[in-house]
Design a protein around this ligand. Sequence first.
Ligand SMILES: [Fe+2]
Length: 355
Amino acid sequence: MRKVSVDNLCEGMELGKTIYTSDGNILLSAGMRLKSSYISRFKELHIAEMYIEDEISKDILVDDIISDEIRFEARVEVRKAMDAVKLGEKLTTRAIRNAVNNIVDELLYKDNLMINLKDIRSSDDYLFCHSVNVCVLSVITGISLGYDKDKLSQLGTVAMLHDIGKTRIPYEILNKVEKLTEEDFEIIKKHTTYGYEILKESDDVNAYSKIIALTHHERYDGKGYPLGISDSQIHEYSKIVSIADVYDAMTSDRVYRKRVKISEAIEYLIGLSNYNFDYNLVRSFIEHITVYPIGTSIILNTKQKAIVVDINKKFPNRPIIRIITDEVGEMLKEFIEIDLTKNNSLVIIDEIENI
Ligand SMILES: [Fe+2]
């Protein structure tokens, strides 16, 4: 299977991965053939990319770092919790903590913690999907820092709840298509203190969750909000969540802007290390990010187009690729698979949205 941007989807293409919504339903099952009405619906929902199965991507397997069931359960629970808060109910976190423990259990026993799959999400589900992804990315960082299971569960839970204060921000501002005004931005900033207040009122939330909801937009150099605290004053959980939060937000499409490439997000994080972010934590984080995940279409220095088939963990920029076209874009009669660690003359120039 391979990843295709929604703008490049065509009628008749076969869906490679089931798309779930956060309210407990399947939007479309793997194996279904796309109709133009589905494609229009994906665009309405601001779904950016999709995995499809076809001849040129045959036998390319793209596995999520956690199982669909576990990711799905976590999304449903975070949605339920946020819906309850919106209705003014007291927050209970047992189900969320359970979902986090399942994520931690799955990740702890993986021998390869490289992120290959971009979760498919709609604009309506953004906040829930974002919360789960920040949790997964934070826990992976915690594992590479040598955290034990209890710390990983704590970190995962604080990550899952970091943006709970957004439930008090008006929908029109969170999903505004136009550029945010200074005033809008001031309102959005309040989600940190709102998060702290919501979690303070709950009986079964630990102190870390409250602190991280409050401080996940603080920055290493003291230029964050709401408190303007810096380095040693910021809890390590908060520093990790802030990196995962920025990375996930940058690499996701939003109603008001398109996602950036993984390579650009990594460059951004490295560029701001020791300014916005803790350098060592950024290093631990990016160890698990592949610039060209499996199923990504790329263009080579020879102008040939190819699909990433597998990753070389030690050389993430030199994956194993399947060359699909020649220099002028003509489809090859027989595709060629090349391990880029064994061929120095070929260089990946960029990722592309389709072959
Ligand atoms: Fe936030």
